[in-house]
Ligand binder design. Structure first.
Ligand code: HDD
Length: 749
């Protein structure tokens, strides 16, 4: 009789498979099968506001294609099609006939399938979810979505890279877009942010220049999705206001481990307005429950080739696996009276408000729990507009924000083909929204009725009538008094202090990564003069940083740099360092078990149970696919080979006991590389029994077992994994990386 004892978690990175580890009279073998990809639960129309917790998802239901076994192929006009394999021809070998309406319909539709990709943020992926406030925030805002802790406001969130095209790699060094569309009862509110809290420029009029400089160069469209080229650094060294953001771009924030490991920021200072009309300034933050973690640069580059969908796929799989990504919404609230108390301007988007000055209050949470049904219909056609606002929130005079208020609507008109893009299902609000006198235009869906399409009218009783001030949106009545000028405010003049603060706030390994990033990027710049200019610019940030980058580039510091004396009294901001992030969870972490025939099966089972209990997952990686035999003669299903599941897809590696398994691994260059690569990417490595010999064989630990182990390397004798050992390994995986582990330069990678 077969007794199922454990389900091995076995979603491979590319194939969805599952297998069952079963015991038959003391033997372990594997019952492998393919799990059909389940579609996410849908809400029917009748369940809106009842059983379905997401009114937006429910509202999409009428637009969803319904497939049935009785479906017959038709044209778009409903004509049933008999032959979809052959075009209409004059004779067997004759020319095709213009009369072939079916061919023409099929071909013209195909020819018109593409729309312009976003001019920036073209590469992205998205998910549905909800936002829930913890406590009513009536004292600071009247926005309905912030009043009721029992209310789930639907959201659609799109993450993106900035510079690359739609088909570019996920793991490139870049800013990540973090755009949230809240479908509130008062209309859509779009918080279109990034994973970095500042921006490259202070005034929107420079945006086309900045984007042209970072995009592939116009003469040959090289390089794709990379800032490491002449034009970006030419621009950066002409515009010192970019310096703070460049520090973020050169930091580990630009190569996140996964979208759920990123912070998000609204960047600008916005306003919150309460029922009494009192306005306060606010900066929005998204704080990830799983902490802020990053890849290392070598790994990010390899992933760009070996799995260019790395972030997209993880987001998809996390949601399919029920590991719903979650963030807390944070607010830094500043009283109007305090507007001028900072040594930077709140309206300057190249500045943060250090969390140590104004703490981030966590006011609610956002959970992403449903993948889209169709990439184009939802993720591609979603149109974020920073001008989508609700009562209780308002804009400020930040000149970057003001320019964005124009650009987003404008860009959707081109991308989505006209003024009716709000009617595309994913963009429709879930509250009444078509009551106005706008009419017609390309692809209009609404059938407006009646005779009047103007206001004020008498024929239709003046309908639709305007909202009263309590119901609708009114702009905050800020007094404006000034001359019409084209000029940057003197309060925007300090371009370096916060760049210095960022540098000072980094731990030593994070600083090393920044130096390496500058070295890489500037090393790809063909003009020595631009490299030198950047080094000069860095002298305004920190002398040591400038010196280290200059040395790597074979340059010397220029003694004549203007203002080359960064302020010495700038306090560090511990909140900026990823070293201080949450490290208490291994949820979604992936562990490779490197094994071959003769492996200790108990070790695999123990690790599987521990990983699953902690929200992590394992994959058995072996020299070949199929199954491997354990030391007791049973079988274990292999999830992938070292070729298809390289170490860069994992957060940690375990090499279990087993004399024969270890011997095979020692003789395999791929296995040796696997371990070394894991080590130089600072990941936790664990080994038991003979697996420990393997680590010694590849030189990662000393053959003298009495010497201390490198950080994040764990070993234990014997077979199986003791409770203590499992816990230590889980703790190590929680740390994510051991950046303080000494880098072994002799190891290639
Ligand atoms: Fe932007 C897209 C974020 C400045 C003009 N932007 C876009 C997206 C994000 C951001 C996340 C992708 C939205 C999506 O997923 O569809 N942008 C930002 C942030 C900025 C910023 C955080 C600075 C604080 N952007 C900015 C400026 C301008 C634009 C200054 C122009 C004046 N952004 C656009 C755009 C895009 C866009 C051209 C391209 C595609 C789109 O809007 O829908 O309008």
């Amino acid at each position: 009789m077969r007794t199922s004892i454990r389900k091995l978690l076995l979603r491979s990175a590319t194939v969805l498979s599952c297998c069952l580890l079963v015991h038959v009279s003391g033997e372990i073998f594997i019952d492998a099968g393919h799990k059909e990809q389940t579609s996410s639960p849908t809400c029917s129309l009748s369940s809106i506001d009842q059983n379905c917790d997401n009114a937006k998802v429910a509202s999409l239901e009428p637009f969803r294609e319904r497939k049935s076994e009785n479906d017959i192929l038709t044209t778009n006009q409903g004509l049933k099609i008999v032959d979809d394999e052959n075009s209409l021809k004059a004779g067997n070998r004759g020319p095709s006939l213009l009369e072939d309406f079916h061919f023409r319909e099929k071909m013209t539709h195909f020819d018109h399938e593409r729309i312009p990709e976003r001019v920036v943020h073209a590469r992205g992926s998205a998910a549905h979810g909800y936002f829930q406030v913890y406590e009513p925030l009536a004292n600071i805002t009247k926005a309905a979505m912030f009043q009721d802790p029992n209310k789930l406001t639907p959201v659609f969130v799109r993450f993106s890279t900035v510079a690359g095209s739609r088909g570019s790699a996920d793991t490139v060094r870049d800013v990540r877009g973090f755009a949230v569309k809240f479908y509130t009862d008062e209309g859509n509110f779009d918080l279109v942010g990034n994973n970095m809290p500042v921006f490259f420029i202070q005034d929107a009029i420079k945006f086309p220049d900045f984007v042209h400089s970072v995009k592939p160069e116009p003469h040959n469209e090289i390089p794709q999705a990379s800032s490491a080229h002449d034009t970006l650094w030419d621009f950066v060294t002409q515009q010192t206001e970019t310096t703070h953001m460049i520090m973020w771009l050169m930091s580990d924030r630009a190569i996140p481990r996964a979208y759920p490991n990123m912070e998000g920021f609204g960047v600008h200072t916005f306003r919150l307005i309460n029922e009494q009309g009192v306005s306060r300034f606010v900066k929005f933050h998204w704080k990830p429950k799983l902490g802020v973690h990053s890849l290392v640069w070598d790994e990010a580059q390899k992933l760009a080739g070996k799995n260019s969908d790395y972030h997209r796929q993880q987001l998809w799989e996390d949601i399919e696996d029920g590991n719903y990504p979650e963030w807390e919404l944070g607010m830094q609230v500043v009283e109007e009276a305090d507007e001028n108390k900072f040594d930077f301007d709140l309206l300057d988007s190249t500045k943060i408000i250090p969390e140590e000055l104004v703490p981030v209050q966590r006011v609610g949470r956002m959970v992403l729990n449903r993948n889209p049904d169709n990439f184009f219909a939802e993720t591609e056609q979603v149109a974020f507009c920073i001008s989508n606002i609700v009562p209780g929130i308002d804009f400020t005079n930040d000149p970057l924000l003001q320019g964005r208020l124009f650009s987003y609507l404008d860009t959707q008109l081109l991308r989505l083909g006209g003024p009716n893009f709000h009617e595309i299902p994913i963009n429709q609000p879930i509250c009444p929204f078509r009551h106005n006198n706008q009419r017609d235009g390309l692809h209009r869906q609404t059938i407006n009725v009646g005779k009047t399409s103007y206001g004020i009218n008498a024929i239709n009783n003046g309908l639709p009538k305007s909202a009263n001030k309590k119901q609708g949106f009114t702009s905050y009545q800020e007094r404006i008094d000034g001359y019409k000028i084209r000029q940057r405010s003197p309060s925007f003049a300090d371009h370096f202090s916060q760049a210095t603060q960022f540098w000072k706030s980094m731990s030593a390994p994070e600083q090393d990564h920044i130096v390496n990033a500058f070295t890489f990027e500037l090393g790809k710049v063909g003009y020595v003069v631009i490299r030198q200019r950047m080094v000069d610019q860095l002298q305004n940030v920190d002398g040591e940083l400038a010196t280290r980058v200059a040395t790597n580039l074979g340059l010397t510091l220029n003694a004549k740099v203007a203002n080359g004396n960064p302020k010495s009294d700038i306090a560090s901001s511990p909140a900026l360092s990823q070293m201080n992030t949450a490290k208490d969870s291994v949820k979604t972490r992936k562990i490779a078990i490197l094994a071959a025939d003769g492996v200790d099966g108990q070790g695999i089972m123990d690790m599987n149970a521990t990983a699953a209990a902690n929200g992590a997952s394992i994959k058995v990686v072996a020299p070949h696919l199929g199954t491997i035999r354990t030391s007791t003669g049973s079988s274990v299903a292999v999830d992938g080979t070292m070729l298809t599941m390289p170490s860069i897809l994992f957060d940690a590696v375990l090499i279990p006991a087993g004399a024969a398994s270890t011997k095979t691994l020692q003789e395999s260059g791929d296995a040796v590389h696997y371990a070394l690569e894991t080590y130089v990417h600072y990941k936790p490595l664990a080994a038991t029994g003979e697996g420990v010999d393997f680590l010694a064989h590849v030189g990662l630990i000393s053959k003298n077992r009495n010497l201390p182990l490198p950080e994040g390397v764990l070993t234990a004798p014997g077979t199986g994994l003791s409770d203590d050992f499992r816990q230590q390994f889980i703790n190590a995986i929680g740390q994510h990386r051991f950046f303080t582990r000494e880098r072994v330069n002799a190891i290639p990678a």
